[in-house]
Design a protein around this ligand. Structure first.
Ligand code: AMP
Ligand code: MG
Length: 406
C-alpha cells in the first residue's frame, strides 16, 4: 500500500475549506404546499394591513361609546365573513360575533356577558370606553412592513403569515440535487443473497436518511464496482443532472480505492485526509460548473460522522440556511476518554441532564463499523488529540444531534 500523499488537515480547517467552495443555490418560486422547511430567498414585505379591517375580538354588541348606559335598538348583526351592510346610526347597536367587521359608526364592543338584551334591543352599562374589544385595522402589522427576511426558515408561523398576506407562493432557495453512490465489489443490495465475503450496502440507506434530513433531493445511483472505467461512467453520467456527488467507500489507499483518482481526473481534490476519528480518508473535490463531490469513507460510522461534520453544513449553505451547524454545547463526560494520537475523535454519547449540565455516557465500542454506536446517540463529543485522556468529569465540546427528553 502506498502512503497517501494528501496532507492531513485539521477538521475545523477542512470544514472551512468546504464551506468556502460551496455556493448558495438559485431561487425557485414554490407554492406554499412545497415550502415547509425551505429557506426564503427574498424579504417578504406585507402588501396589506393585518387585520385588514377592524374586527371584533369577542361575541357581543357593537355601538358608539357615547351611547353608554342606554337601551339601544339593534340594527342587525355582523358575523365573521358576513358584515352588517349599513352604517350604525347614533343611538343604535348591532350584534357582533368574533371576527365580525366592526360596523361603520361603531367605536366599541361590549361582551355578551355584560349586557341585558332582547330580540331587538340591548341595554348597555354606563362608562364604556371607545376602542374596547376589537382589533383595529393594522394592529398586527401595517402594509409595507418587512415581515420575513431572506434566510428565514419557513416553519409553521412563517407559512401561516405568508398565507395570511395572500401570498400563494414564495421564492425559496433550490435544494441540492445529490447523486448518492456506494462503491465496492463486496456490496449486495438489501434483500439480496450474500455470498461469502459480501456485505449489505447499508451506507446507501444510512446516507439517504442523512441527506433527506439535511434537505437534499437524492438520486440513488447503482452501487459501483471497484472498476475505474465503470465507476467513471456512472459518475460522469450522474453529474450532468446533479449539484453534488456523495460516494461511500473507495477513498483509502488500498489498490481498490478509486474515488480519489477519479475526482482528481474530473476536478480538483481539496481535501484527501483529515485529522479526524473516525473518518480520516474523507475527501472533498470541486468539479466543473460549481459542482462538488464528497468521498466518504466506507465504514458505516465513518461515513455518517464525516457526513455530519462536513457534508451537512455544506448542503445547508447551498440552501441558504443561516445556521449551518448543529448546536455546540459543553458536555461533561461520565467516562474516561482516551484521545486518538494526532486526530480529533468524535465520540458518540447518549446524554442526560444533571442540574443545568449535560452529562455524556459513551455508547460503547466506538469501532467505525459499529452502527450501534450511533443508534440512540444524542451527541458527538470532541475529544481533542493528545496523550492525556479526558477523565470522567472533564468537560468537552459536543455537536448535539438531539437533546434528551426531560
Ligand atoms: P473502503 O473505504 O471502501 O475501504 O471500505 C471500508 C469498509 O467499509 C469495507 O470493508 C466495508 O466493510 C465497509 N463498507 C464499504 N462500503 C459499504 C457500504 N456501502 N455499506 C456498508 N459497509 C460498507
Ligand atoms: Mg471499498
Amino acid at each position: 500500500m502506498q502512503p497517501s500523499t494528501y496532507p492531513l488537515i485539521d477538521p475545523d480547517q477542512a470544514l472551512a475549506l468546504v464551506l468556502q467552495q460551496v455556493v448558495v443555490l438559485g431561487v425557485e418560486e414554490l407554492p406554499l404546499a412545497a415550502c415547509p422547511n425551505r429557506v426564503l430567498a427574498q424579504d417578504l414585505i406585507a402588501e396589506q394591513d393585518l387585520p385588514a379591517f377592524p374586527s371584533s375580538a369577542v361575541d357581543g354588541y357593537a355601538l358608539r361609546a357615547a351611547d353608554s348606559g342606554r337601551r339601544l335598538p339593534l340594527a342587525g348583526e355582523s358575523a365573521a365573513g358576513r358584515p352588517l351592510a349599513v352604517t350604525l346610526a347614533p343611538g343604535s347597536a348591532a350584534r357582533i360575533l368574533t371576527g365580525g367587521l366592526l360596523p361603520e359608526g361603531a367605536d366599541t364592543v361590549i361582551m355578551l356577558e355584560e349586557v341585558r338584551a332582547g330580540a331587538d334591543w340591548v341595554e348597555v352599562p354606563a362608562g364604556l370606553q371607545p376602542g374596547a374589544n376589537y382589533h383595529r385595522r393594522a394592529a398586527d402589522l401595517a402594509a409595507g412592513t418587512r415581515v420575513l427576511s431572506r434566510g428565514d426558515v419557513l416553519g409553521s408561523a412563517e407559512l401561516g403569515l405568508a398565507a395570511a398576506l395572500n401570498r400563494p407562493s414564495l421564492p425559496v432557495h433550490r435544494r441540492p440535487q445529490v447523486a448518492l453512490m456506494s462503491t465496492g465489489d463486496e456490496l449486495v443490495q438489501v434483500g439480496g443473497r450474500l455470498e461469502p465475503g459480501q456485505i449489505i450496502d447499508s451506507n446507501r440507506w444510512a446516507l439517504l436518511a442523512a441527506l433527506a434530513e439535511a434537505g437534499a433531493e437524492v438520486s440513488l445511483l447503482p452501487a459501483a464496482p471497484d472498476n475505474p472505467a465503470q465507476l467513471r461512467k456512472l459518475v460522469v453520467e450522474a453529474l450532468s443532472e446533479h449539484d453534488v456527488l456523495v460516494t461511500s467507500g473507495g477513498v483509502s489507499v488500498g489498490s481498490h480505492d478509486l474515488v480519489k483518482p477519479l475526482l482528481e481526473s474530473l476536478g480538483k481534490v481539496h481535501i484527501g485526509r483529515v485529522k479526524l476519528k473516525p473518518g480520516k480518508p474523507f475527501t472533498f473535490a470541486t468539479l466543473s460548473q460549481g459542482r462538488v463531490a464528497f468521498g466518504l469513507p466506507g465504514f458505516p460510522v465513518s461515513s455518517l460522522v464525516t457526513f455530519e461534520v462536513f457534508v451537512r453544513p455544506a448542503l445547508r449553505r447551498m440552501q441558504g440556511f443561516r445556521e449551518l451547524q448543529r448546536p455546540r454545547l459543553p458536555v461533561r463526560l461520565d467516562f474516561d476518554a482516551k484521545p486518538a494520537a494526532g486526530r480529533t475523535e468524535y465520540h458518540r454519547v447518549s446524554l442526560h441532564r444533571q442540574g443545568d449540565e449535560l452529562i455524556g455516557q459513551t455508547t460503547g465500542s466506538q469501532s467505525s463499523s459499529r452502527l450501534l454506536s450511533l443508534v440512540g446517540a444524542h451527541a458527538l463529543v470532541r475529544i481533542p488529540p493528545g496523550d492525556e485522556p479526558v477523565r470522567r468529569g472533564g468537560q468537552v465540546e459536543a455537536l448535539i444531534l438531539k437533546l434528551p427528553a426531560g
